[in-house]
Design a protein around this ligand. Structure first.
Ligand code: PEP
Ligand code: MN
Length: 344
């Protein structure tokens, strides 16, 4: 668990937030979390537009040092330039992370990686703002090529234009793909930046735990309504306390014999069904090729939109009868259609 304000604003605010976090940790409700792994606070804030609060800069390093002294926690903050890295290492910051906007820029990541060479602190990499697995993994590779050995990742969702329930699209698929590519790296979830509003942080946190993330980075502020950045998404002391009390932690694996027997049976069924799905898809594509040959012999164009509309509406209706959402059926069929046209 990483918790703390979006930004360090003053010594008083940082200490009041730390005090609230300590209170939540020791409250009777939170049996699962008795300590914090890191206390967070952003010092240099990468704001989307100029003119917003851009952070207190290196002045906040002493405030984090004070938190460390008073509460015995490790502390962390975001770094975006080699001079931030240098200042953090000098001030005894225990972990640094590369933010989403910085992670999207290979030049900047390369410079950071070089400035972190030989540093004895963990470095976490947030996923870049766009849905781009290679860019995220590329940032991790740049660090490991510079002999940074303690690397982790933080999933914070991706920017999206479509009107969404949350500030960011949760894009769980991206995090799952990252985990498959780098299974050995700790992967945390930042529900605060996905949510954009405090009330959605608990549901996203539980979702992340259910999926199997290794931990959470949560924004907490002693008085969110007065926060100088991300006011709407920071948890109040009470909100954080409730979150700790309510979260249900899942085990990564289970040694229970009955659970193992049942899951193995279900997985065997899934594997069997996947085999059938792929065999049917293969057969469908062979028929597409035959249609393609026929159209060519008869000098007919491949794309007939009327037919495609017909296929799609039939599929959506059939899907509905089988308990499949329209969105899901449309996504699958647009991929099938694309491949089918390619074959033809
Ligand atoms: C932050 O953690 O305060 C932050 C700016 O996050 P992100 O880089 O994910 O937008
Ligand atoms: Mn923030």
């Amino acid at each position: 668990m990483i918790a703390g304000p979006c930004s360090a604003e003053s010594l008083e605010q940082v200490l009041a937030t730390a005090d609230a976090v300590a209170g939540a940790l020791s409250s009777a409700g939170s049996v699962q979390f008795t300590e914090l792994d890191w206390f967070r606070a952003g010092l240099w804030k990468p704001r989307t537009r100029p003119g917003s609060f851009e952070g207190v800069g290196s002045a906040g390093l002493e405030w984090l040092a004070e938190v460390k002294l008073r509460y015995g926690w490790k502390v962390c903050c975001e770094v975006a330039t080699p001079s931030h890295v240098e200042a953090c290492l000098k001030a005894g910051i225990d972990m640094v992370w590369i933010g989403a906007r910085t992670a999207a820029n290979p030049f900047q990541v390369q410079e950071l990686a070089e400035s972190l060479r030989g540093a004895d602190v963990p470095v976490y990499v947030k996923n870049p703002v766009s849905h781009d697995l290679n860019l995220w993994c590329g940032a991790v590779e740049r660090l490991s090529k510079c002999a940074v050995t303690q690397i982790g990742a933080i999933h914070r969702g991706v920017s999206s234009n479509s009107s969404l329930e949350y500030r960011n699209d949760p894009a769980w698929d991206l995090a799952i793909a990252f985990h498959s590519r780098c299974p050995e790296l700790p992967l945390l979830c930042d529900p605060s930046h996905i949510a954009g509003k405090a009330e959605s942080v608990p549901e996203l946190s539980q979702r992340a735990i259910n999926i199997g993330f290794d931990g959470l980075m949560v924004e907490v502020h002693n008085d969110p309504s007065k926060a100088l950045s991300d006011a709407s998404q920071q948890l109040s002391p009470e909100g954080f306390s409730r979150l700790l009390g309510d979260l249900v932690i899942r085990d990564g694996v289970s040694s229970d014999v009955e659970f193992t027997r049942q899951i193995e049976q279900l997985r065997a069924r899934i594997d069997d069904i996947d085999g059938n799905l792929l065999s049917l898809l293969g057969q469908r594509m062979s028929v597409s090729e035959e249609i393609g040959r026929l159209k060519k012999e008869s000098n007919v164009a491949i794309l007939q939109s009327g037919r495609w509309e017909e296929v799609l509406s039939r599929a959506v209706a059939l899907g509905r009868r089988n308990g499949l959402s329209e969105d899901f059926v449309r996504s699958i069929f647009s991929l099938i259609h694309e491949e089918s046209i390619h074959r033809q």
